[in-house]
Write a protein that binds this ligand. Structure first.
Ligand SMILES: Cc1cc2nc3c(=O)[nH]c(=O)nc-3n(C[C@H](O)[C@H](O)[C@H](O)COP(=O)(O)OP(=O)(O)OC[C@H]3O[C@@H](n4cnc5c(N)ncnc54)[C@H](O)[C@@H]3O)c2cc1C
Length: 811
């Protein structure tokens, strides 16, 4: 066993084997995999190993397509062929029209990734799967590439190819400790000695936190017991003369695939069980949990009703094994928060199908710093301080109970809520607030018209349309107040602070005291990494000259890692997070200045405090830092208040606002208004797949600056010309928004993808942003969108249809 290497992958299940193989494919061949037992001895060996192309977003669809292509290639390798049934097809069933709309949307989204799903009716489902009844069935989604693979053969094949490329694989080599050296390389302690490596990768399945603890981190990953059984031969299968398609059933919570001449059926019972929360027996390896078929009787009944043939055959084998879950159901694949040269590929609940793709995207991140797709949906930094194992257990149970019931737009399920609150949360709840969840924070969406109000979830406009219309009208004609909590905010100080930010941001960074500016951070490939509001706070009794760096709520750990990783030795820069200490109250609308002036001394006139200014003061008795910035397109103030005086500031504003008809509004109205202004959202429209020119942000780029991160790569991209362009679309539909991910069509060709969509109440237009082929980006271009299965006309319009000259923001 060598003692110096570039990367050590810990764990030899599908996650580890795939990562190792893909590292060699990306050019790192001096790499090792360490496995405490035999390869696949964790969860992988007993997996049902279905491989679907279905995903909830384009990154997931793309990575699953990679898995399928790779597995096909491995299966056809004459030197080491493996068993992979693909192309049997699979059906996700539905018994509600809302689910069918969802499938139509996912089909539109997948089309943009070159994947062709079909939405079929109940009769067609039964024609393709002769064992099922059509009772209580409307139809389903057909995935033509669905299949299953031999998990052990798959891992052996990947390990074999990695070895051939130069990698080492050491079985029966448990990692017992990890130490990081001054230069950020690692010492990996094993039962067979120490290895010095540049990078470590945790791929330890349900033992993720044993290895996490070795590097002082705790990952929000929880295991659930999960059972399937395999039946004896079913005559209907033998008679069919073709393999049965796979089934996934959100009606009765099971999946089913053919195994030899019987069926393998896995269950997601309501009475489910977490596993290993208080530690895992070190001898649990190549092992299973005890069978417990009593637990699944509720689900079994539904499966029997759908497939009566099941009642006529016996059960051959039962498997009950641990399967890992995260807080939002998606794995954690990427850099470990707060660490350097440390990555993870953990929390895989469908790791056999996805593992090929996850290892591919992770290897790209390790070797090149970024993957070909934006990987935020997988990024381990997307959960911040609240992401502990107890919350994860609650969400894992909820997720398990709803395994095939996808989340609708705006759906936030109740388990583990509230996780993060401010002193205003109960106050707004008492006012009748409906909340959304942003990085764990409960953020008000709108005020419910009645206490028992429930939004109809789906892919069409619903009752909330009129509520948002009311909120937007109140803000644009009078004044509104909204709490924006969790907004990420760092205080940056030190003599080199501005120079540092100048290097991090691709545009000019304002240095003027009392001024606010917007900047974009690029990665080393010249693509958009982050968006930051930079505010220069002059020295005061609250502190010395300071810069406030503000970014999206979810960016808290992401941006901190990016900034701190780029600090140079000896640079006089200190970065302190204020994210959890402060909250923003947004005062917006033509009467916002009147309300602010009534509660805060000083001259708030447009001359004394113009747009893009920052000033410290008091709002009532609460210390506040006020910025004249606007995400709504109206005259607006962001009032940043310490949480311990937030309620005081709120009361003062409410009292002063009474005379002006102050109206509480929330995130839904903000979303609608920002669409009319051409403002973009991080990780919806601002993605690492596009550079700032493609994203329409050229005015924020200064290529004549001495240097900034990503400059040379961006120059090369600019010379080549854009691959896509972000456009604003006006859509010819009044009953549905353009859900992100929907395909843009030019004729029958997919020519782009929607990133955001909502109704613009002030302009009376159904609006969307989409990245499209550059030749289609000119205003006036006529296109179509595939919106929940219908072809809807759309026209490219100039960005910012509401007050394009920004007269209103100055008041
Ligand atoms: C019953 C069941 C059915 C399933 N069906 C499907 C399905 O149909 N399709 C699908 O895609 N997925 C399915 N899954 C999920 C899938 O099997 C898992 O997502 C996948 O196997 C996880 O792989 P992994 O590599 O992350 O973890 P594991 O397979 O658990 O591998 C982790 C490895 O790390 C090793 N390790 C741990 N600690 C150390 C250490 N300190 N040093 C060295 N090595 C260490 C372990 O020994 C283990 O081999 C199923 C799971 C279960 C339980």
């Amino acid at each position: 066993m060598k003692t110096r290497t570039k990367a050590v992958v810990i764990g030899g299940g599908i996650a580890g084997c795939s990562t190792l193989y893909h590292l060699t494919q990306e050019g790192w061949t001096d790499v090792m995999l360490l496995e405490r037992d035999e390869l696949t001895s964790g969860t992988t060996w007993h997996s049902a190993a279905q491989v679907t192309n279905f995903g909830m977003n384009q990154t997931m669809v793309g990575l699953k397509s990679h898995s399928i292509a790779l597995y096909k290639e491995l299966a056809e390798d004459p030197d080491y062929p493996i068993n992979y049934h693909h192309g049997d097809g699979g059906i996700r069933l539905a018994n509600t029209e809302a689910q069918m709309d969802g499938y139509r949307h996912f089909a539109s989204m997948a089309r943009g990734m070159g994947v062709h799903f079909e939405v079929i009716d109940a009769e067609e489902c039964a024609r393709r799967h002769p064992l099922i009844s059509t009772d209580n069935l409307i139809g389903g989604l057909w995935d033509p590439m669905d299949g299953d693979i031999d998990p052990a053969q798959l891992c052996q094949a990947l390990a074999r190819r990695a070895r051939r490329a130069g990698a080492e694989v050491h079985r029966f080599t448990p990692v017992t400790g990890l130490r990081q050296l001054q230069d950020d390389t690692w010492i990996v302690e094993t039962s067979k000695g120490e290895i010095h490596t540049d990078v470590v990768i945790n791929a330890c399945g349900y033992r993720v936190n044993e290895v996490g603890a070795m590097m002082g981190v705790h990952h929000p990953v929880m295991s659930m017991e999960h059972q399937y059984f395999i039946t004896e031969e079913i005559p209907g299968i033998v008679q069919a003369g073709h393999r049965m398609p796979l089934l996934r059933c959100p009606i009765s919570d099971y999946y089913c695939r053919q195994e030899k001449t019987g069926l393998l059926i896995g269950f997601y019972e309501q009475d489910c069980k977490t596993w290993g929360m208080d530690g895992i027996d070190p001898n649990f390896t190549m092992d299973l949990c005890p069978d417990d078929l009593d637990r699944i009787t509720d689900v079994l009944e539904g499966a029997f009703e759908r497939m009566p043939a099941l009642t006529e055959v016996g059960i051959k084998t039962v498997v009950n094994g641990p399967i890992t879950y995260t807080i939002d159901g998606a794995p954690l694949v990427g850099p470990i928060p707060g660490k350097r040269n440390a990555f993870c590929i953990i929390g895989l609940r469908a790791g056999l199908g996805e593992g090929g793709g996850h290892g591919w995207l992770l290897a790209q991140q390790i070797v090149h710093g970024e993957a070909c797709y934006d990987t935020w949906v997988l990024d381990p930094r997307r959960f911040t301080g609240h992401g502990n194992v107890e919350l994860c257990a609650l969400k894992a149970i909820e997720d398990y109970q709803n395994e095939f019931r996808f989340h609708f737009p705006h759906e936030h399920r109740p388990a583990g809520r509230p996780a993060k609150t401010t002193p205003l949360t109960p106050v707004l709840a008492a006012e009748g607030a409906e909340f959304t969840v942003v990085n764990g924070w409960e953020r008000m969406e709108f005020l419910k018209p009645a206490p028992d109000f429930h939004e109809t979830l789906g892919f069409r406009f619903n009752e909330v349309f009129d509520i948002v219309a009311r909120d937007v009208k109140a803000v644009s004609e009078g004044v509104g107040l909204a709490e924006v909590n969790g907004f990420n905010r760092y205080e940056i100080t030190g003599a080199d602070a501005h120079g540092f930010l100048d290097r991090m941001i691709c545009g000019r960074v304002t240095r003027k005291p009392g001024k606010v500016g917007l900047g974009y951070l690029l990665n080393h490939h010249g693509m958009i990494k982050s968006e930051a509001t930079i505010a220069n706070l002059p020295a005061s009794h609250r502190g010395p000259d300071r810069i406030w760096y503000g970014s999206a709520a979810a960016a808290e750990q992401h941006d901190m890692d990016w900034l701190t990783h780029h600090l140079r030795p000896g640079e006089d820069v200190q970065i302190r997070s204020l994210t959890n200490d402060m909250t923003i109250l947004v005062l917006a609308g033509p009467k916002a200045r009147d309300v602010l002036s009534a509660v805060s001394r000083g001259d708030w006139s447009a001359d004394a405090f113009p747009w893009l200014s920052v000033r410290e003061g008091l709002v009532g008795i609460a210390p506040a830092t006020v910025m004249s910035v606007s995400f709504s397109g109206e005259l607006a103030y962001e009032i940043h208040v310490p949480n311990n005086q937030l309620y005081a500031a709120y009361l003062a504003l409410r009292k002063a606002g009474k005379a002006h008809g102050l109206h509480l509004f929330g995130a839904r109205a903000i979303e609608s208004m920002r669409m009319e202004k051409g403002y973009l959202h991080w990780k919806a429209d601002l993605l690492t797949e596009f550079d700032p020119f493609e994203t329409g942000l050229e005015r924020f780029v200064k290529l004549d600056k001495a240097d900034f991160i990503g400059k040379s790569a961006l120059e090369a991209r600019v010379a080549k010309g854009p691959a896509r362009r972000l456009v604003t679309l006006r859509i010819d539909a009044t009953d549905r928004p353009a859900t992100p991910g929907s395909s843009v069509l030019a004729g029958d060709r997919v020519a782009g993808t929607v990133t955001s969509g909502d109704w613009g109440h002030r302009v009376g237009m159904n609006l969307a942003y989409a990245f499209v082929e550059p030749a289609l980006a000119a205003p006036g271009t006529n296109l179509h969108l595939d919106l929940i299965g219908d072809r809807i006309a759309a026209e490219v319009i100039a960005p910012c249809p509401y007050d394009p000259q920004n007269h209103r923001v100055s008041g």
